[in-house]
Design a protein around this ligand. Structure first.
Ligand SMILES: C[S@@+](CC[C@H](N)C(=O)[O-])C[C@H]1O[C@@H](n2cnc3c(N)ncnc32)[C@H](O)[C@@H]1O
Length: 308
């Protein structure tokens, strides 16, 4: 059972690990379109989670509630209502009583001003009858060609008598073991007309380094296309002042396309972006940037099978 499913980055990793997803949910219609184009078997409901009345019985509950309130790019206000959607996850957990659950969230939740939210979640998971382990994971350690750290909670129902142990990194910590931008998208067209966001690079965009080269990890793939990092075909940026970067050379620059962003998130190359009444360039970027990198949930899901 999947909540806050988005386009299903998390679920895609779990599918590959051998799970069937019975029911999924989000408020974004295009997330459903994308999901069903790739996984047509799931009962996907576009509805506010607060309105879901009944849940199927399931062995595992997965949820990646939104993180605008404490993400690096968000407003960072611990009081924002969006930060409390985890209570809906706990409501589902108490109803379904699955053998285990997995939650993904941004690492910023560990910051001191959000610590009370982290502790509150741990407390509610434990009161619901789960032994919980959590860890900040660098997704590049699991074969995702990107700088992205995420906080993962895994809970195992107390009567099963086990505490989940996180798997070891599959791609080490040294850059030579990682998948780089070049490995992931080096063979794709350099100027895929119509697939990338062409808005001019305003001062805010140029207030930090958005560039990474072919042999490096991509900067974090975000959901807002305006803030999408630069493709390596672009000129490099150099810092000339605090919060001010300029192009090192002339030449055209561009952001990653939504398809490249999907590859850098670890989605399957063959993932289908359907054209529907809900699709737009912005929406394609949004669902990809919101997603959990599939390889991360694939590895965690495989490990979790040992506890079910
Ligand atoms: C971090 S994203 C989840 C990404 C997803 N797990 C994936 O891997 O693709 C959070 C999702 O929660 C959804 N969401 C936000 N508020 C919601 C609500 N009240 N009810 C249901 N879904 C909601 C957002 O639309 C967004 O897709």
């Amino acid at each position: 059972m999947s909540l806050f499913t988005g386009c299903g980055g998390s679920d895609s990793g779990l599918h590959q690990a051998g799970y069937d997803v019975l029911m999924a949910n989000d408020i974004l219609p295009y997330a459903k379109d994308f999901y069903l184009a790739n996984f047509p078997e799931t009962d996907y409901q576009v509805i506010d989670v607060r309105e879901i009345q009944s849940f199927p019985s399931a062995d595992v509950l997965v949820g990646c509630y939104p993180c605008q309130g404490f993400s690096q790019g968000g407003a960072r206000q611990s009081s924002r209502g969006v930060n409390y959607l985890y209570r809906e996850f706990v409501r589902a957990l108490k109803r379904i009583k699955p053998k285990a659950f997995i939650v993904e969230n941004v690492s910023g939740m560990q910051r001191s001003d959000f610590r009370h939210l982290l502790n509150s979640q741990l407390c509610q998971f434990r009161l619901a009858g789960y032994r919980v382990n959590y860890r900040v994971i660098d997704v590049s350690d699991f074969g995702v060609p990107q700088e992205r750290k995420r906080l993962i909670f895994v809970g195992v129902r107390s009567d099963l008598g086990e505490v989940f142990a996180f798997p070891e990194a599959t791609h080490g910590t040294a850059i030579q073991n990682k998948i780089t931008i070049g490995d992931a998208i080096g063979d794709l067209p350099l100027w895929p007309e119509g697939d990338y966001w062409t808005e001019t690079f305003h001062w805010y965009y140029l207030s930090r380094n958005r560039y990474r080269g072919w042999d490096e990890l991509a900067k974090t793939i975000v959901s807002h296309p305006r803030h999408m990092p630069l493709h390596p075909v672009s000129p490099k940026l150099k810092r000339v002042h605090t919060d001010k970067w300029v192009w090192e050379s002339d030449g055209p620059a561009r952001r990653y396309s939504y398809r490249e962003a999907a590859c850098l998130q670890g989605f399957d190359r063959s993932s289908c972006f359907p054209e529907t009444e809900n699709s737009s360039l912005r929406m394609k970027y949004t669902v990809v940037g919101n997603a959990v990198p599939p390889p991360l949930f694939n590895v965690i899901g495989k490990e979790l099978l040992n506890y079910l």
